[in-house]
Design a protein around this ligand. Structure first.
Ligand SMILES: CC(C)(COP(=O)(O)OP(=O)(O)OC[C@H]1O[C@@H](n2cnc3c(N)ncnc32)[C@H](O)[C@@H]1OP(=O)(O)O)[C@@H](O)C(=O)NCCC(=O)NCCS
Length: 138
């Protein structure tokens, strides 16, 4: 099985939402997802490569200004492929890509069950007493 990371291969948004649904996330309106991807700094797909039927098995994206800050979102590996090091490779790929464009500080919001996944890869939890805060439009 050949696996390929790509920042340039176009996404089939239905397939992307199926991947994100497979890890238990709620579906989002496809038009809004398309716009969010268009405005993202980086979109990385992990594809099981087959020239006729490539399949999206992992995904992550980053938003940010491309200079100072980036934030990682939507990190997911399809359940069938979890536990074989792909999530770790996906994060390493993302961070290397951000390093190459010169971004020096990267943040993310970890679901409680995944905090140790990130900590084991060198992420620091709320450094210098920083707390994350959310505001929700009603
Ligand atoms: C989190 C996720 C991306 C990890 O992908 P993965 O391919 O299973 O991870 P890997 O196989 O690369 O695991 C790397 C290491 O992290 C550990 N790990 C994997 N998932 C973990 C979790 N949920 N919590 C803690 N550690 C985890 C693995 O045991 C492995 O440890 P090791 O290096 O000591 O062997 C994947 O489980 C996933 O898509 N989860 C659902 C979506 C999600 O929660 N995304 C994160 C949102 S913040």
């Amino acid at each position: 099985m050949t696996l390929v990371f790509s920042q340039t291969r176009p996404f089939d948004l239905v397939e992307l939402e199926q991947l994100l649904a497979s890890v238990g996330w709620s579906r989002r309106p496809v038009r809004r997802v398309r716009r969010a991807l268009d405005h993202s700094l980086l979109k990385v797909g992990l594809w099981r490569h087959d020239s006729r039927f490539p399949r999206l098995i992992g995904f992550a994206r980053c938003t940010g200004d491309g200079i100072l800050e980036a934030t990682v979102w939507d990190v997911a590996v399809h359940p069938i492929y979890q536990g074989s090091g792909l999530g770790k490779k996906l994060m390493a790929y993302i961070l290397q890509s951000l390093r190459e464009i010169g971004v020096r500080r990267v943040t993310l919001f970890a679901d409680p069950g995944v905090v140790s996944f990130y900590k084991a890869q060198g992420w620091i939890l709320e450094p210098r007493g920083h707390k994350c805060a959310f505001w929700y439009a009603n």
